[in-house]
Design a protein around this ligand. Sequence first.
Ligand code: CP
Ligand code: NVA
Length: 330
Amino acid sequence: GVNLSGRNFLRLLDFSTEEIDYLLKLSKNFKDMKRAGVPHRYLEGKNIVLLFQKTSTRTRCAFEVGAMDLGMGVTYLDPGSSQMGKKESIEDTARVLGRFYDGIEFRGFAQTDVEDLGANAGVPVWNGLTTEWHPTQMLADILTVQENFNYDIKGRTLVFMGDCKNNVARSLMVICSKLGMNFVACGPKDDMPADDVLEACKPIAAENGCTITLTEDVKEACTGADVIYTDVWVSMGEPDEVWAERIERLKAYRVTKEVMAMAKPEAIFLHCLPAFHDTNTTIGAEKAEQFGITEMEVEDEVFESKQSKVFDEAENRMHTIKAVMYATLK
Ligand code: CP
Ligand code: NVA
């Protein structure tokens, strides 16, 4: 059987197909229990800390509610309010927090930072997003795919549209390869996943009987697809200067009704969120004025359509993150 007790959760490449399957099953169990109102305070008496160097809605709240449902105490440290990285190194912070807490979540910039924490804390460390990876997100994404395709996902095709070099696209390539789903990155050649990720995934995909395709051609990518996925065109931590060129390069890869029509009739649309699909936000309004467009990576009509499962996907962050905490802390 699978035993993840004491393990860090830093990137999906560190986990086997069997381990990922186990986490997905555990997530479904937790979701069923929550729906049925069955208490599951299995980790009563434990405490966790959440370290955020970037902003968050879903990830923070998923960890907080997940921890509380499991009976744990939670401390949240926002980007400005700890000594970490300013007066105190990550290693020292890890050694202190490891004495207080049973688990540590970290969202930040460099993957090497979360690896450093993981190497020094002596308790499980979970990656809540770095520039390179966003491993907890993909569990929620795949749980959502399973729910929509009767838990039969092998051989299905997921297309990621847009900035294919970002943390979300890279992580999707890994989980699809591990679970036997075909992965297609569709975007400009300058925005493709890095070679080292591709090289790492190729043998995994071959072993699991699925394919990885990189293409600039939207029609080739999306025809007959089961899942169309996109993310913001500019990720957290990128400089403001990239917006103009990124919009110019990526506007051909917006998920529109026409794109959805190329996919299977039963295809679903996913987005990790937050999404830029209207101008009802400060940044949305600002960018609309600056660049004269009201939608970026996805058309509002697609975002609001029946095929869009983005809020189920967001809910699943909570169930899947709970599973990761339980599996590593139990
Ligand atoms: N999808 C996701 O990680 O959302 P937050 O940035 O709100 O945590
Ligand atoms: N690629 C995005 C994902 C946000 C959840 C970012 O890193 O900002």
